[in-house]
Ligand binder design. Structure first.
Ligand SMILES: Nc1ncnc2c1ncn2[C@@H]1O[C@H](COP(=O)(O)OP(=O)(O)O)[C@@H](O)[C@H]1O
Ligand SMILES: [Mg+2]
Length: 368
């Protein structure tokens, strides 16, 4: 449970706010921080820049109703639980609130601190469960999409390779058969040959970044492995005069992974982070921890960050914003993590920075 629960109460009557504030003082098992908002516009404004855990919204908000505010909150993709208050027990409002996605509906005169506490606790709990479910569904969709990309890459690669081999053979034949070719003819033939090789290399890269490799599982210390990956990026870190922060959990046990593969996956994330930060100001943070029987690795930078639209595309093959980028780094990383049945998630804010969160299974041999 959290240290403190942050509440926003939206009510045009400040006295009602004070009543709720009083009720909260009677609850000892949890600390609450409550803020008051007098109405619709002010509430939407506060919600934008603040993080709350639950909203208590009065049904009567001057020109608006609490349900309208609730709908607007949901429209802005905010999943924080909303409890609707009303003065009189009106069944119609109750149903309307429920249909609009309210977590609960309380009648003002009938609330005591116990009812309020329970309602908020259940609402927050359910919202969290809902969020976890959404998260899980998103991971599944991501894996599906990836499997599809992988299959498509296989098919396309195969289909291109056959004609490509024919072109290569024809070029060789031409080179052998030509009598007294001119300089320009030779350079044209060479150009065809060079580009065939390039296409072939592109196919190899694409296949490598999406293939399901054979994994050599072993017990590996995740902290030591991060150090190894970091060592491979040592020169680039020095070049940008970056600061490295390690927040390792020292009592987590080994993860069960393919050492070399995961090292590549980590290195790709590290290199992107290095490329995203400004010289002299870059901070790269590594955090490891055990959570719910899983090993979590969080790699954060304070680089240029990404918009939500960019974040949706970064795992796609060939997506890059760098003039000389290949756009296969994160495709490869995602592939490796998914092959391990792990998960990878990104969180980012433009001009603030980016975090990648990875999860792995702990070794079955030595449970925490
Ligand atoms: N840490 C990061 N900070 C900001 N943008 C990032 C970060 N990591 C990845 N990206 C974005 O994702 C894109 C794809 O990354 P990647 O697949 O490694 O390909 P590449 O590095 O070749 O561009 C990058 O071009 C960049 O726009
Ligand atoms: Mg990259």
């Amino acid at each position: 449970m959290k240290d403190s629960i942050r509440i926003l109460q939206v009510d045009d009557d400040e006295e009602d706010f004070m009543i709720i504030q009083d009720l909260l003082k009677d609850i000892t098992r949890q600390r609450y921080i409550i803020e008051w908002s007098p109405g619709y516009e002010d509430a939407l404004d506060k919600i934008k820049d603040n993080e709350y855990d639950v909203f208590l919204i009065d049904f009567m908000l001057g020109r608006y109703t609490g349900i309208e505010l609730l709908k607007q909150i949901r429209k802005n993709n905010n999943h924080i639980p909303v409890i609707i208050f009303t003065g009189q027990g009106d069944e119609r409002i109750d149903m309307e609130a429920m249909n609009a996605g309210a977590a609960d509906y309380l009648v003002k005169g009938q609330i005591d601190s116990n009812i309020l506490e329970r309602s908020m606790r259940y609402s927050i709990n359910q919202a969290e469960a809902q969020l976890q479910l959404l998260d899980h569904e998103q991971s599944l969709r991501m894996a599906e999409k990836f499997a599809l990309t992988g299959r498509m890459a296989q098919v396309i690669a195969h289909e291109i390779r056959n004609p490509l081999t024919n072109v290569k053979l024809a070029i060789q034949q031409l080179q052998d058969d030509l009598v007294n070719p001119s300089e320009s003819m030779l350079s044209l033939i060479e150009m065809i040959d060079r580009n065939c090789n390039r296409i072939n290399q592109l196919i190899i890269n694409l296949l490598n970044s999406t293939k399901t490799a054979e994994l050599n599982y072993e017990d590996v210390s995740i902290n030591a492995l991060i150090d190894e990956a970091l060592e491979l990026a040592h020169d680039r870190v020095q070049l940008k005069r970056m600061k490295i922060v390690k927040e390792y959990s020292n009592d987590i046990c080994d993860v069960y992974i393919d050492r070399e593969q995961i090292k590549i996956a980590l290195l790709n994330i590290i290199i992107n982070a290095i490329e995203a930060v400004e010289e002299d100001h870059g901070i790269l943070t590594f955090r490891t921890e055990g959570r719910n029987d899983q090993c979590i690795v969080i790699i954060s930078d304070n680089g240029k960050g990404m918009t939500p639209e960019e974040q949706k595309k970064i795992f796609e093959a060939y997506y890059t914003k760098k003039p000389r980028g290949m756009g296969l780094g994160l495709t490869t990383t995602q592939n490796i993590i998914l092959n391990h049945k792990g998960t990878i998630k990104v969180e980012s804010k433009p001009s603030l920075g980016t975090s990648f969160l990875l999860t792995f299974d702990f070794s079955p041999n030595k449970k925490n």
